[in-house]
Ligand binder design. Structure first.
Ligand code: HEM
Length: 142
């Protein structure tokens, strides 16, 4: 009646992804996302000038993802509670901006999956998170 997606094994306890993957896939996801945004005229102007692998933007995103997926809480030790939606309110995020952001994030995720040989379960968990959370960031119709 309610089939469980094949990538989820209901007999397995949920292990935070960080414990299985470590930090590197999340660092690569953040760097890959911002490399793509750097070349995306649809949303480039919203972001700071420096989107290189060493930039604050990549560092913030990478620490945030590591924390969210169960790793060290470095992001919050440095910056406090994420309040993600509130932190995005100063940017006008339309459905189009979200779609552009998400296409870059999913492109970066594909690259991480092939570099780190992520299994379907890890892929699906990150994919679902990116889709749902980016939707939640939409804050204007204009
Ligand atoms: C899964 C969805 C998303 C996550 C997890 C996420 C996460 C983050 C994080 C952690 C920051 C840094 C905040 C800080 O510490 O100051 C940030 C900044 C930012 N985000 Fe997002 N974000 C998401 C979706 C979006 C979307 C859909 C847009 C729309 C284009 C967007 C645009 C921005 C912009 C313009 C910044 C400021 C960049 C900077 O100054 O570093 N984000 N985001």
């Amino acid at each position: 009646m309610h089939p469980v997606p094949s990538s989820i094994d209901p007999s397995q306890p949920h292990t935070p992804l960080f414990a299985r993957l470590g930090a590197e896939p999340f660092r690569q996801l953040a760097a890959g996302l911002y490399t793509r945004i750097d070349g995306d005229p649809r949303i480039r102007a919203m972001f700071p000038e420096d989107l290189s692998a060493q930039s604050d933007a990549v560092n913030d995103m990478s620490e945030f993802l590591i924390q969210f997926f169960g790793g060290p809480q470095t992001y919050s030790e440095r910056k406090g509670h994420p309040r993600l939606r509130a932190r995005h309110m100063r940017f006008p995020i339309t459905t189009d901006a979200r779609d552009a952001w998400l296409s870059n994030a999913l492109g970066a995720l594909d690259e991480v999956v092939s570099t780190h040989q992520l299994d379907e379960r890890a892929h699906d968990e990150i994919h679902r998170y990116l889709v749902a959370t980016s939707q939640f960031m939409i804050n204007t119709d204009a």
